[in-house]
Structure formats: structure tokens, C-alpha cells
Ligand binder design. Structure first.
Ligand code: ADP
Ligand code: MG
Length: 586
């Protein structure tokens, strides 16, 4: 199927899609649309971020809507408020020429009364986050009697975010005969469980891992010492003065720190992370979406649901532990036919990660050299010259001033005049980069202190006393080390507690937590729910692991431990000497 017109979708939809500039269906759309238009069979679709999944389920759902019937016919569940609004906006656009079709978004953190009002007016398509949706169903404001299809969008993310219980409840309340559609970027055991439990003989479709979007992505890495990461970031921004991109960091703290350094150093940047209020998040996202903000420093979770098409760069300030996440990040550039660059800033010990990425995802990285002072100054200089060449001269306006100016500059030759103009604009840049070092390193160079510390952080734990705790959930409840760490961080509302060894067993688990956090953590976890289970946490009677005892290889993935090792060091790279007042030249 090469054209939308061949799909058999309603004329009004085709017009709207055409106006949006969609020329032909993306691979996942080409596979799912015909299926959904012709069959009631359940569907599982895997395709990575940015492949057009919203239209893949949205267009057929709109097509199948009975406009005369005001009751809800399609229920779309997704993990975040932002996605909810995004999907609603997209669907409303697709249905622009269909009179009487209402798409309503319901999500937490906003007035439930308004949402109830909107529902009472009739909403054939409802897009909701699981918690709020469940709530509205319970209040009998969202009636599922006529629902013909339920879409689980970003199912993987909904499960990681702990919505399993809500999903269970909602799916149990829908009609047996409905069609269930599951869209996910990744496949996991939990997804398979959901599909087994709630789907009926589903057909499984997937689009090739590397979608058209990602083909336009240039993967690049720079190798420097860990302490120079921030310097690389600045140079990237300096050499690409029209940069429009996201800088991905691992933690909220790093996000805040990098964003405030950038702002302090005169860059057009801001942070997006979980500590912001909803209003603050909306504000930052809005400025970024509209291009007022050039660099958004964000964590992966915070950046979910932010759909911006023309990003020029994705910068991995740190590579993620989970390689799949890299693909999600980089898939945010190179969209909609444009090309983009995904940059990884790595240190000498991370080449293996690059190799793994290349092998696993069949992509290629180019190693590039961090631009040096001369490169950056040259680039900036030519941009300045270009600007001077292209600037529009308003003869009339400047005319009256010219005689006096000519008079004053008469003593300068043409060459001198050029030198003076260029220097006036450019001196600060030259000054800053005058002594800029070459910060590139090669694989066989020795690690710097910071990298050694990163490596040592595991053995550093010898100095930390741990308590071993028991928790009453295990693999049976879909617990895994990453989720356990997430649960701990979430309940403490910080990722600073040091976590030691983790053992996940079938019905329960053990993990180590730094001793001084013991009481606080037990308190925070007690009574919380995880996958339907009320949590119980106790100090385990068994002795905590003695660290110099030969260690058996844990079967599970290594937990990312010792986060606080990063906190203790004061690694603020030297403040921008003198050049701090440098302003963006735009
Ligand atoms: P996903 O849900 O798979 O991450 P989205 O549905 O958000 O992806 O789509 C990503 C972007 O691609 C959106 O901006 C969307 O408007 C655009 N898009 C979707 N389908 C097409 C198409 N057929 N042609 C061009 N652009 C498309
Ligand atoms: Mg999507």
C-alpha cells in the first residue's frame, strides 16, 4: 500500500491527512490500517517511537465511528497526560472534516468536573490515562457499554509506570466482544502476559526496527574524559548555533545541574524533570515546542510525550544503561523526512556500549573529534560574515547618519574597517576559546579520576554499611531489578539512596539499602501497592552480604548501584573563565 487513497479510509479523513502533509502511510500504518478496516481480530503492533502509531490506530478508529451514536465507541489508554493531550490533538486534526465527532481527553492532575462535563456531552473517542479513566468509569461518567475497541498505546510504558492494576480493572469492565489493540515500542514478558490475559488470538504486526525516520539519523560519538562532558556539550552548541535539541541526562539532579550551568553560561536552555509542577512542565514544554527554547535538558521519563518534529540534535549526555532507550532517544530526531544527529558523549570505557548499539540495532556510529577552539571560532566567524553579507540594508533609515559615520571612520582603510567590525562582534568568542584545550581522548588513554571513581563506585560500597531488606514481591509480580530501583527511588522521592545487592525471587525479594536510609525507606514503602500487592518490607534476618566473600554471579541484571558516589564528589567543572557573559548570537 503506497498511498492513503488506497486504504479505503473515508474521504474526509484523506483530505485531513493530506493537509497535514502525510504523503504515504508509514510502514506500521501500511500494515495496521488495512487489518483494522477489515477485521475485528485483536492486534499487537510493535514499532519504535516516531513511526506514526497514533495515526495507525487513530485513522481506522475515526473511520469506524458511528457519528449518530454519541456514546463512547473507542477508548484509548496511554501513560501520561502529555500523550493524552497529544493523541487527542492528533485525532481531532484527523477528524477535522467529520462533523459531530468528539474526541475527549481524561487525565489526572486536572479538574475531573470539566472532564465529566465533556463526557456528558458525548464523546465517541475517549483518550485517557489509566488512573483517571478507571475513576470515571467507577463514577459512571464514562460508560463503556458501546465500546468497540480499546487501544493500549505505549503499553510498555504503562506497565513500567505501574498502571497494571488500573489496566486490569478497566479491561475487566469492557465488553468481551470488543477489539483490543496494543501498541508498544518494545516487547517484554509483562506485555506478553497482558496479551495472553486480555487478548483473543491477536495478530502480531511489527514494522522494521529502523523506520524511515531513523534512517535519517546520523549517529556520532565524541570520546572525552568524563569530567569534560559539559565542555563538549558547550562546544556542540557553539558550533551549531541553530541547534534545536534535547540533552538527555540520567537523573533529575544531573538534569537540573546541566541546565542551570548552560543557562548561566548564556545558552538558551532549560530543564524538564519530575520535580517540576505540572504548570512549570507545561510552560517549559511550550517554550520548547514553539522554538523559543533551543536546548531542553531532560530525563527520559520527563521527555515522554513531547512530540517535536524538527529537532536537529539529540545529545546523550550519558548513554543510558538500557540500550533500547538510546533508540527511543535518537528516534526523536530525523523525523518527517528531515535529517538529524544523535550524539553520544562517552569516555574511554564506554566504547563497548557503542559497539553493542551498533550490533544490536544495526546502526553505525561515526567517531568525531570534539571541535577545538579554532573550529568553533572559524564557524562562528563565517556565520558572522554571512550575516553581514545577507543583512538587509535599509537605505532610507540609515541615510541621515551616514555622512557623520563616514567622516568619523575616514581614517580607516577598507581592510582595517573589516578588522574592526569583525572584532567588535567576535572578540569575546576568541577570548574564550583562545586557550581552549583539545579534549579528545582515545580508547587506550588512561581513565581520568572521575571515570576511575565511576568504576570504583561499586567497590566504594565497601565503605557503606548496608541493611538487607525483605520485600513481599518477586518475579511473580513482575518485579525486576530496574523496577525495584524505580520503586525505591519513587517512594523516597529521590534517587540518592545507595542500593546494594538485589536478589529477586519468585514470591519475594531481598535487597540492600544503605543503613542510614533503612527506617525511612521501610516507612515509605509500607502500605504502597505494587502490581496489586500491598507491600510489606522487613529487615531480613540473614546477614547482609560480606563484600569480600567471593561473589557468585547474580542471575539478574546488575543493579545500577551506588548512585551517591556521584553526589559526594564535587565535580563541578571549572566555571567558564571570564567568557561567561557570552550571549547567543541570535
Ligand atoms: P509514535 O506514536 O509511533 O511515536 P506518532 O504517531 O507520534 O509516532 O508520529 C510521529 C510523527 O510522525 C508525528 O508528528 C506525526 O504527525 C508524523 N506522521 C505520522 N504519520 C505520518 C505519515 N504517514 N507521513 C508523515 N508524517 C507522519
Ligand atoms: Mg505514540
Amino acid at each position: 500500500m503506497n498511498l492513503f487513497s488506497e486504504t479505503g479510509l473515508r474521504e474526509e479523513i484523506l483530505t485531513a491527512v493530506h493537509e497535514l502533509g502525510f504523503e504515504k502511510p508509514t510502514p506500521i500504518q501500511a500494515k495496521t490500517i488495512p487489518h483494522l478496516l477489515s477485521s475485528k481480530q485483536d492486534l499487537i503492533a510493535f514499532a519504535q517511537t516516531g513511526t506514526g502509531k497514533t495515526a495507525a490506530f487513530g485513522l481506522p478508529s475515526i473511520h469506524a465511528t458511528d457519528i449518530k451514536n454519541k456514546s463512547t465507541q473507542t477508548l484509548i489508554l496511554c501513560p501520561t497526560r502529555e500523550l493524552c493531550m497529544q493523541i487527542t490533538k492528533d485525532l481531532t486534526n484527523y477528524a477535522k472534516y467529520i462533523k459531530g465527532l468528539q474526541v475527549v481527553a481524561v487525565y489526572g492532575g486536572a479538574s475531573i468536573e470539566n472532564q465529566m462535563k465533556a463526557l456528558s456531552k458525548g464523546a465517541q473517542i475517549v483518550v485517557g490515562t489509566p488512573g483517571r479513566t478507571k475513576d470515571l468509569i467507577k463514577r459512571k461518567k464514562l460508560i463503556l457499554g458501546d465500546v468497540e475497541r480499546v487501544v493500549l498505546d505505549e503499553a510498555d510504558e504503562m506497565l513500567t509506570m505501574g498502571f497494571k492494576e488500573d489496566l486490569d480493572a478497566i479491561l475487566a469492565m469492557t465488553d468481551e466482544g470488543k477489539q483490543t489493540l496494543l501498541f508498544s515500542a518494545t516487547m517484554s514478558k509483562e506485555i506478553i502476559n497482558i496479551t495472553k490475559k486480555y487478548m483473543n488470538d491477536p495478530v502480531e504486526l511489527s514494522a522494521a526496527r529502523m523506520n524511515t525516520g531513523a534512517e535519517n539519523v546520523n549517529h556520532v560519538y565524541y570520546m572525552v574524559h568524563a569530567k569534560d562532558r559539559y565542555e563538549v556539550l558547550k562546544r556542540i552548541a557553539d558550533i551549531n548555533s541553530n541547534i534545536y535539541g534535547i540533552v538527555f541526562c540520567r537523573t533529575r539532579r544531573e538534569t537540573k545541574e546541566i541546565a542551570s550551568k548552560l543557562m548561566h553560561d548564556g545558552y538558551n536552555a532549560d530543564a524538564l524533570h519530575g520535580d517540576l509542577s505540572q504548570a512549570q512542565r507545561d510552560e517549559v514544554m511550550n517554550r520548547f515546542r514553539t522554538g523559543q527554547l533551543q536546548l531542553l535538558v531532560a530525563t527520559d521519563v520527563a521527555a515522554r510525550g513531547l512530540d517535536v518534529n524538527n529537532l536537529t540534535h539529540i545529545i546523550n549526555f550519558n548513554l543510558p544503561d538500557d540500550l533500547e532507550v538510546y533508540i527511543h532517544r535518537s528516534g526523536r530526531t530525523g523525523r518527517a523526512g528531515k535529517s538529524g544527529t544523535s550524539i553520544a558523549i562517552i569516555h574511554t570505557r564506554e566504547t563497548r556500549k557503542i559497539k553493542d548499539l551498533e550490533r544490536k540495532f544495526k546502526i553505525e556510529f561515526a567517531k568525531e573529534l570534539v571541535p577545538n577552539g579554532k573550529d568553533i571560532c572559524t564557524k562562528q566567524l563565517y556565520m558572522l560574515i554571512d550575516k553581514i553579507e545577507r543583512v538587509e540594508v535599509d537605505e532610507k533609515q540609515i541615510e541621515p547618519f551616514l555622512p557623520a559615520i563616514y567622516n568619523k571612520l575616514e581614517w580607516l582603510s577598507r581592510e582595517d574597517l573589516i578588522k574592526h567590525f569583525v572584532s567588535a562582534e567576535f572578540n569575546r568568542f576568541l577570548e574564550y576559546y583562545k586557550n581552549a584545550k583539545d579534549i579528545n581522548v582515545s580508547e587506550n588513554q588512561r581513565p581520568d579520576r572521575k571515570e576511575k571513581r565511576e568504576k570504583r563506585s561499586r567497590s566504594d560500597r565497601r565503605q557503606t554499611s548496608f541493611t538487607r531488606l525483605f520485600i513481599n514481591v518477586g518475579t511473580k509480580n513482575s518485579l525486576n531489578p530496574a523496577r525495584l530501583i524505580g520503586l525505591i527511588n519513587e517512594s523516597l522521592d529521590s534517587s540518592e539512596a545507595e542500593i546494594g545487592k538485589i536478589e529477586i525471587l519468585k514470591n519475594f525479594s531481598f535487597f540492600e539499602i544503605e543503613e542510614k536510609m533503612e527506617a525511612q525507606l521501610i516507612n515509605a514503602l509500607e502500605g504502597l501497592r505494587f502490581s496489586d500487592v500491598k507491600l510489606t518490607v522487613e529487615v531480613s534476618q540473614e546477614k547482609p552480604t560480606v563484600l569480600n566473600r567471593p561473589r557468585h554471579k547474580p542471575k539478574h541484571k546488575k543493579a545500577r548501584a551506588s548512585k551517591s558516589a556521584g553526589k559526594k564528589r564535587s565535580d563541578r567543572s571549572k566555571r567558564f573563565g571570564g567568557g561567561g557573559g557570552r550571549k547567543r548570537s541570535k
